[in-house]
Design a protein around this ligand. Structure first.
Ligand code: BG6
Ligand code: MG
Length: 218
């Protein structure tokens, strides 16, 4: 069996919290009169909170101190966490849950590899706390994607080599991070169209086909 474990990005892969990130950043940008749209938002996928803020501030003409930037990121996070609070187990799609369960029953170890510092809270809202064998997130890394640190840590927590793990991503930065760390990747959305991705998927359950093909040596 080529893969023994699957490492999932969280936002935009396991759940659709990317729309809440957008709304929270948009509120902050509107207050400051900064132009912000979905296209700019796509550049924030997989990128840490502070780096996301720097991308948004490219369209701001005033210089801000580190303290001011930190306060803005905090404010955005408050709005974001409020939106996350509305999430329930019903926000976990049947397709995602059934695919995860099938992978688990087939003997794969499952982990999260996310830049988010809100990972544990989100998993709780979805009823997935205690579900994964390992969680590597924004709280245990010092470099964000496209650096491979978050995935290397996840593999280390699982005691697997990168070559034994498949990374699932929706962001280009995540696919690049996987490649740099020596992982194969399966991409959804923007990541599916990425030159560097190992497998392109149309939907989450395509993962089952990918692991099956690699099991039978096809
Ligand atoms: C990633 C998102 O998963 O987490 C990014 O794709 C986000 O858009 C990053 O900036 C950090 O999230 P948080 O929850 O720590 O602000
Ligand atoms: Mg993502």
């Amino acid at each position: 069996m080529k893969y023994q474990a699957v490492i999932f990005d969280l936002d935009g892969v396991i759940c659709f919290t990317d729309k809440y990130h957008y709304l929270a950043w948009k509120e902050m940008a509107d207050e400051l009169g900064i132009y912000f749209d979905e296209k700019i938002n796509n550049r924030l996928r997989g990128v840490s909170r502070m780096e996301s803020l720097e991308i948004i501030l490219e369209k701001y003409d005033k210089a801000l101190s580190e303290e001011e930037k930190f306060a803005l990121a905090e404010k955005k996070n408050k709005t974001y966490v409020k939106l996350l609070g509305k999430m329930t187990k019903n926000d976990l799609s049947k397709e995602v849950k059934e695919t995860l369960d099938t992978l688990r029953e087939s003997g794969f170890q499952l982990a999260i590899g996310s830049s988010s510092k809100n990972t544990k809270f989100i998993l709780e809202r979805l009823g997935l706390d205690h579900y994964f064998d390992a969680i590597s997130d924004g709280t245990n890394i010092s470099r964000s994607k496209p650096d491979p640190e978050v995935f290397l840590k996840a593999a280390e927590f699982l005691q697997k080599k990168p070559q034994q793990c498949l990374v699932v991503e929706d962001a280009k930065a995540g696919v690049i991070a996987a490649g740099r760390g020596g992982f194969d990747s399966a991409g959804l959305g923007e990541a599916a169209a990425c030159r560097e991705v190992t497998y392109s998927m149309n939907s989450f359950s395509d993962l089952l086909k990918i692991v099956k093909e690699n099991q039978s040596g096809m």
